[in-house]
Design a protein around this ligand. Structure first.
Ligand SMILES: Cc1ncc(COP(=O)(O)O)c(C=O)c1O
Length: 387
């Protein structure tokens, strides 16, 4: 019998062999300790020789965090993973591991805001310059490359307008220029998109979102080949120290156990609500790569085997009216982030440099509530503003 990808993923996250060392406990105890001690000085010195592979101090290797890292690496198809205190800690560590003073970065212009600030502003103090390009335009990516370009930073789909990048084509551009690639794979998760198989060097995630899945933990991870992960672990992981705590690793591991299962539901529910919204007369444009009307739907289905449930729509209704609309919603709560059980909404102006800039952008996150009730909620909010 061959297992399909989702079943395989569910087995990776759900199965633990019997563990006699922990009395057969089905979930492992949390190693809630900062340091590890040794019964002889020789064993202590031996452990210090390999602080990365041995438990010496929890800023290095803690078994509870290591367990999560093993599962994430396996799920993403990478050789090694390391977990960080947040998605941003993992993004900044991954970028810093690749670039040095005087280098140049090419970054897509729809990347997550704080990642854009990190590259566009913060890194300038190390004489690292970033060019932001429309990642959908391969010619623009190619044209932005310079002799000192060391990194192309990607996010696909993007998390406000849900654009899709041609990942293998951009990897090709990077490889020809001897540059590395990093991708933020938070939206699709390893259940639906496997960028390492497309040649990307490092994958980063905000584990705060779907992987933890319960809106009760913040975390991040970097996953890749050992050749790239080893220097990152010695450098940015150990020295900058933005590591994940064992308590958070335990919470995120609990979320990971049901990730493939939840992703199937998020995929279905997100598409159902988006397809309903697409027919609504007050919706001018949907931004969901899983809908056949999305201009890059074909590329999306080639690169991803399913969808996340975060998407946006554009409307000609003014911003302030849509803010009142959001307040009328009963099940969608107003707030940032996504990936938990609860549905969320935010309302933004469409930026002036984009088509449809007079419009209002509404980002919806579809949680685990029943879609019938979520759609009824949207109906009553629209009726309220129409009245
Ligand atoms: C796509 C994406 N990447 C990265 C991050 C950063 O993650 P964290 O908030 O865990 O630092 C976020 C957070 O909203 C995000 O939406």
């Amino acid at each position: 019998m061959t297992l399909n990808r989702l079943t395989g993923a569910q087995t990776i996250v759900a199965h633990d062999p019997h563990d006699e060392q922990h009395h057969g406990a089905v979930t492992k105890p949390i190693y809630q300790n900062s340091l590890f001690t040794f019964d002889s000085y020789d064993r202590f010195l031996e452990a210090l020789q390999d602080e990365i592979g041995t438990s010496v101090y929890s800023r290095g290797t803690n078994p509870t965090v290591t367990e999560l890292e093993h599962r994430l690496a396996k799920l993403e198809g990478g050789e090694q993973a390391r977990c960080f205190a947040s998605g941003m800690a993992s993004i900044s560590a991954a970028i810093l591991s690749v670039v040095r003073a005087g280098d140049h970065i090419v970054c897509i212009n729809e990347a997550y805001g704080p990642a854009v600030q990190f590259m566009g502003n913060y890194l300038t103090k190390f004489d690292i310059e970033t060019t932001f390009v429309d990642g959908k335009d391969l010619g623009a990516v190619e044209a932005a490359m310079r002799e000192n370009t060391r990194l192309i930073y990607l996010e696909s789909p993007t998390s406000l307008f849900f654009s899709i990048l041609d990942i293998p084509a951009i990897v090709g551009i990077a490889k020809r220029a001897n540059a590395r690639t990093i991708i933020d794979n938070t939206w699709a998760t390893p259940c639906y998109q496997r960028p390492l198989e497309m040649g990307v060097d490092l994958v980063v995630h905000s584990l705060t979102k779907y992987v933890s899945g319960h809106s009760d933990a913040i975390g991040g991870t970097v996953i890749g080949r050992s050749e790239l992960m080893k220097p990152l672990i010695k450098g940015e992981f150990m020295l900058l120290g933005g590591i994940m705590t064992p308590a958070n690793a335990n919470l995120i591991m609990r979320g990971l156990r049901t990730l493939p299962l939840r992703m199937e539901k998020y995929h279905r529910q997100g598409l159902e609500v988006a397809a309903w919204l697409e027919k609504h007369p007050l919706v001018a444009k949907m931004n969901h790569p899983g809908l056949p009307s999305h201009p890059q739907h074909e590329l999306a289905t080639k690169q991803m085997s399913g969808s996340g449930s975060l998407f946006s729509f554009e409307t000609d209704i003014p911003l302030e009216t849509m803010r009142r609309w959001a307040e009328r919603l009963r099940y969608f709560r107003i707030g940032v982030s996504w990936g938990g059980y609860e549905s969320l909404v935010t309302v933004h102006p469409v930026p002036t440099n984009r088509p449809g800039s007079a419009r209002t952008l509404v980002r919806l996150y579809i949680g685990l509530e029943s879609t019938d009730e979520l759609i009824q909620d949207l109906v009553q909010a629209f009726e309220g503003i129409e009245a």
